[in-house]
Each structure stands twice: as structure tokens, then as C-alpha cells.
Design a protein around this ligand. Sequence first.
Ligand SMILES: [Fe+2]
Ligand SMILES: [Fe+2]
Length: 269
Amino acid sequence: MRTIAHISDLHFGRHNLDVMENLLASIEKSRPDLVVISGDFTQRARHVEFAEARRFLDRIAVPKLVTPGNHDVPLYNLFHRYLRPFRKYDRYIAPLDQPLGFFQDDGLAVLGLNTARRFTRKNGRLSQVQISSIRRIFASVPRGTTKIIVTHHPLAVPDSEDSLELAGRAIAALKAIADAGVHLLLSGHHHRALSGPVTEVSSAGSILIVHAGTAISTRTRGVGGNSYNLIQIAHGQISVRVMEWGKGQGFVEAGIASYAFDGNRWRAK
Ligand SMILES: [Fe+2]
Ligand SMILES: [Fe+2]
């Protein structure tokens, strides 16, 4: 069995220190094999915010896979926004396209794709190059491996949910994702925890979609509180526990959804 702690939208600069300390304690207690952080590390992409995010990452002892969000691109410094949008992210968090963008062990293959863009401040998108890399990267992954893609902006919404704004080129990306046999998509951005299969992508099967809430920021947007996802993967079964901040109790399980894969489709159990 593998356990992934999926956290997102930390927004250092608009974060709650008490929630952050409890999050670190909760992650340590859960003993994940991997911590995935799906972007929006900062509120305004300031040095001080990135430095706090770096200190936070350094306190997580297990492997981490990270990808940036739209808030990690400078908004007001137009020079840096247009010419070097990921300069601070590269310096403080991880050089883009370096090892922290791909994780593989004998059960998991997890690819992070950057959807944040200098010109589209909010919505983000994938490039054609990134989309074609999906088939190539997963082609060499052994059978029996659970294949996962992490983006900040979601590429799909579960069938059971109302539509939400998706990353640009999501339709083309989903075709490549289905062709590559990717099982699971993790994302953030909307600050809402939800999960479920999406079937409209391919007549042959479905993909499991998991969105994370905001882990420690005060930007909870009135839909649930602070939360992160604890994802357990074993033999074609995936469970998604939403761990929600409860004042005085730390992060506690607020709900669990379980899914089984029949070789083509995910079904809620
Ligand atoms: Fe966010
Ligand atoms: Fe975002």
C-alpha cells in the first residue's frame, strides 16, 4: 500500500501559523510515502513568502513532489512577471523540470506539470510540449504501477460535481492522459476538496479526479475549512480521506471516499 499526503494552496503570506503547525504534525503522524503539493505556495510571490514556504518544506522529511500555482508568479513586478516568472519559485522551492517534478518507486509514477503562466494570471494552461510529454514519460513505466499527474489548475471535474474552470487545453491533455493509462489526477486552485471518476474523457474507461482544499490559508472561500487529502492506494483500490482542520482538535477525518478500478473504470464503493 502507498500513502500520499496531497496538500495544496498554502498561500504563505495569508496563512494561519497554528493550522500550519498542526498540518505538519498531522502529516508526520500519517507517515506518507510521498507528499504532493499542488501549487499556490505563496499569496503574492514575495521573497519573504517563498522563504517561509521553503522552511515549511524543509520540515517534511519524506519525499515531496511539487508544482507551482498562479499565485507563485509575480503579479505587480511586471519585469519579473514577463521575463522571469519562475525565478523565485526556482530559487526557493525547486527548479522546474528537475527531479522534484517526477517521482517513481515500485508502485507509483507521479508527474508534476506546471499549469501556471505569466500572461494568464488566473486560469493557467498546459503547452503542447507538456501534453506530448505525458505519453512519452508514462510509456516506460512498468505495468501494475499507479500513474498519477499533478497540476495546480484542474484538468477535469468528477461527473458528480458541477463544472469548475479548468486549465486551458484540458481536453487535449485528457486525451493524452487516457492514452497513457494515467489513473489519477491531483490538483488544487479552487480551494475545494472533492473527488470522483470522470468518464466523458474516453469511451474505454475513466480517470479518478481529486481536488484539494486550501491547507493552511485564510482564503477558504466559505466552502469547507482548511483541509488536505490523505490518499491510500493498494491493488486497484484508492481511498481519499479529507482531513479537515477542527479548532482544538488538529486535522481530523471529515469524510472518506473509496474507489475500485476494474481495469478500465473507477467506481465508487
Ligand atoms: Fe489558491
Ligand atoms: Fe490558484
